[in-house]
Design a protein around this ligand. Sequence first.
Ligand code: PEP
Ligand code: MN
Length: 300
Amino acid sequence: MSKARLAVKKWSSQQTIVGVGDLFFGGQDLVVIAGPCAVETQEQMDIIGRGIRAAGAQALRGGAYKPRTCPYDFQGLAEDGLKMLARAGKKAGLPVVTEVVAPEHVPLVSRYADMLQIGTRNMSNFELLKAVGRSNRPCLLKRGMSATLEELLMAAEYIMAHGNPRVVLCERGIRTFETYTRNTLDLSAVPALKELTHLPVVVDPSHGTGRRALVEPMALAAVAAGADGLIIEVHHDPDHSWTSDGQQSLDLEAFQRLMSRARALWQTMQQVNPRPRINQRPSRMPAFSERIGNAARVLN
Ligand code: PEP
Ligand code: MN
């Protein structure tokens, strides 16, 4: 029995739809966030932004503050990187998602980002969770690499309890004894979370596997498991990426292939296991209001 109050389901069909601008997580459409691990240059971000948009992605990602295991590795471009990301998002017409690593950075990152990402290494950084809870930006909360689902829900609870109900959960792989893959992508977390919480759930098969060849199969498996969305690392030239995550990054062509297959599978899944129809685009929805049609709550 979870100690969470806000993050857990109160009735079995309860579903929260988290709005990020015109984008809705947890509704009728598969939401795909794509982009490089790290922001490198404006040109890189512009090429990738254009490319993923053409392939059908709905949001652009890119880290400007990179929590790296080694202090000598590239740490991100900080505010310069945020500016490049925001510019590229604007040019491509896509909202942007980026990681925030410290509570004192939340106001700065919120100025540029449409959605704040909390990374696996910070899922239990309670001061950061509280600061994101006090912000007015929706949050993509990644599962800690050694966190149980209850711990993930309690991290979401922190954000919600501090005033921010717009939380999207992300399964990104956990540590196991297996070393062939970077992490073990726990896809059972998707239906398990769907049982436990009304929050949308997305899957990151890039960090979940660490291997380019495994990203598309696991992305499709995530859709089949009932995920509301995907976050995929994409680089226009993955072998020259500034971070080691190039090995798990798709090039634009491979990403386009993934998108068309994921969309086809999403359509099939709607026939096999249809989602309740919800009006996702309420005209002039006031901030944080509730929409009870089909037991859904739309937060935008
Ligand atoms: C990332 O998204 O680039 C990232 C660092 O993810 P994670 O926190 O899941 O390792
Ligand atoms: Mn990465």
